[in-house]
Ligand binder design. Structure first.
Ligand code: LLP
Length: 463
């Protein structure tokens, strides 16, 4: 489990069980650059700005709740990954973290590739002009229709996830008269230190084909025997929100060992390995993520060393960061509704969104930060739980945090680092209208995903 995926740490547990509030060390008006996007700052009169625009004006124009995505920060992070991995490697942005046509265009312009895992993501990518050969198609249960669409579009690779899928993809490729480039996703048997629901390389879960019992070697045999498939490499994704590089190193070592075994058995050196995504970001000031250049260096060193030892040509490496690119680039802006102090416990601050725009706290016990952004305050810190407006008590956005004690209805608060897996996992629970995503850059803001309307809801309701 990552630091941010932990339930409230001892700091807060002590506070709560002892029934007193201990003041946080930090200045509540300060904005830790670790968790806020690059262009976020405060004006002299205390209003927070992003891309040069004040959140008060943004709230007025676009309403709340809303996600504000810092475009130049997104582009910088995408570029940093691209540069760190250089020309001998490929970076596939994982669209599941957040995908829209504008994002696809930015990625294309910055020279990244794209990982999609559904027909919907593929359609979004293609409609925004991402060249199909720069798209990888993932998923543990791709439909026949999705496979056909991907092959017809000419995707650069399909990542095979099961024995049945090997046959299915080969059959469809053959019927279309195509030879499809594929990778095989293997489970390397690593227990990634993250939340159980987002760890994916231990054996008892639904993804991939196990290395340990010879299943992956058998999958290679079957793929190599099929003319309609061109096996280009092996894929491993060990989980998400991971800080420790050790898991990636073990995965890389085991994948290279499989490449060596394939060479020994078939006389074939597979040209690619993909080490997946999963690099953690800072949700709170306690998190210390690695920089892309450190990650690139660590991965390429280990792959090169292992390949030298096995006397293999070093394959082309690819990675699939999603959260690490988009996560830190957005915050969610909420208006404070009710403020309810519970004596001896904490104060419940209700906002105009909730688990419909950020399910991660309820689902993974994720930790977030929060700040008052429409003004500064010198009031004492108060321990708060930021909750939404949905009809259940698990509707928590930020479990334990400090906000100024003079917080009042109408104030704007923002939760940083909500760029990944918030809008993409948003729901219509209680018929909530999913918030817009507004891209902000150089003093201009534009909606890239509009707010849902009641008409949108009613359009689907055809009974
Ligand atoms: N590649 C593959 C094959 C994946 O399955 C994933 C994420 C990624 C790349 C990107 O991982 P990232 O770099 O974004 O961690 N909803 C969860 C995360 C689920 C991740 C699923 N797969 C959350 O909110 O934490």
């Amino acid at each position: 489990m990552s630091r941010s995926a932990h339930p409230a740490g001892p700091r807060h547990a002590d506070v709560l069980t002892e029934g007193h509030y201990s003041a946080p060390a930090a200045d509540l008006n300060a904005l830790d650059p670790k968790v806020w996007s690059h262009t976020v700052s405060r004006t002299e009169d205390g209003v927070v700005t992003v891309g040069g625009l004040e959140v008060t004006a943004l709230a007025e124009e676009f309403g709340t709740p809303a996600y504000f995505l810092d475009e130049s920060d997104f582009r910088e992070r995408a570029r940093a990954w691209r540069t760190a991995f250089g020309h001998d490697a490929d970076v596939f942005y994982a669209g599941k973290a957040f995908l829209s046509r504008a994002v696809v265009r930015w990625l294309h312009e910055e020279g990244l590739n794209l990982d999609v895992c559904s027909g919907g993501e593929l359609a979004t990518a293609l409609s925004a002009g991402m060249p199909a050969d720069r798209i990888a198609f993932h998923g543990n249960n791709k439909s026949g229709h999705e496979i056909r669409t991907a092959i017809e579009a000419g995707v650069g690779r399909i990542v095979l996830d099961s024995f049945q899928e090997i046959v299915r993809v080969a059959h469809i490729a053959q019927s279309l008269g195509r030879r499809q480039r594929v990778q095989i996703r293997v489970t390397v048997g690593v227990e990634a230190h993250t939340h159980e629901f987002i760890a994916t390389a231990h054996e008892d879960q639904k993804f991939g084909i196990a290395l340990a019992d010879g299943q992956a070697a058998e999958a290679v045999r079957r793929v190599l025997a099929l003319d309609a498939l061109e096996l280009v490499g092996i894929h491993s994704h060990i989980g998400s929100q991971i800080f420790d590089m050790a898991g990636f190193e073990v995965a890389a070592r085991r994948v290279v060992a499989l490449l060596a075994a394939v060479r020994d058995e078939h006389g074939v050196e597979l040209p690619e390995i993909d080490l997946g995504g999963g690099l953690g970001i800072a949700y709170t000031s306690d998190d210390d993520p690695r920089e892309p250049h450190e990650i690139a260096k660590a991965l390429s060193e280990i792959v090169t060393r292992e390949c030298e030892a096995a006397r293999l040509r070093t394959p082309r490496i690819s990675v699939e960061p999603g959260r690490a690119i988009v996560g830190p680039t957005a915050f969610t802006l909420y208006e404070v509704g009710t403020v309810k102090p519970l004596d001896g416990l904490r104060t419940y601050v209700s906002v105009d969104g909730g688990m419909s725009d950020n399910i991660r706290t309820a689902l993974y016990d994720a930790e977030y930060s929060v700040a008052l952004v429409s003004r500064t305050s010198d009031a004492e810190p108060m321990l708060v739980r930021v909750v939404g407006k949905h009809c259940e008590s698990g509707d928590i956005v930020v479990k334990d945090a400090f906000l100024p004690a003079d917080l009042a209805p109408g104030d704007l608060i923002a939760v940083p680092a909500t760029g990944a897996y918030c809008r993409s996992m948003a729901s219509n629970y209680n018929h909530a209208l999913r918030p817009p995503v507004v891209a902000v850059k150089d003093g201009a803001a534009r909606v890239i995903v509009r707010r849902e309307t009641e008409e949108d809801l009613l359009r689907l309701d055809v009974g």
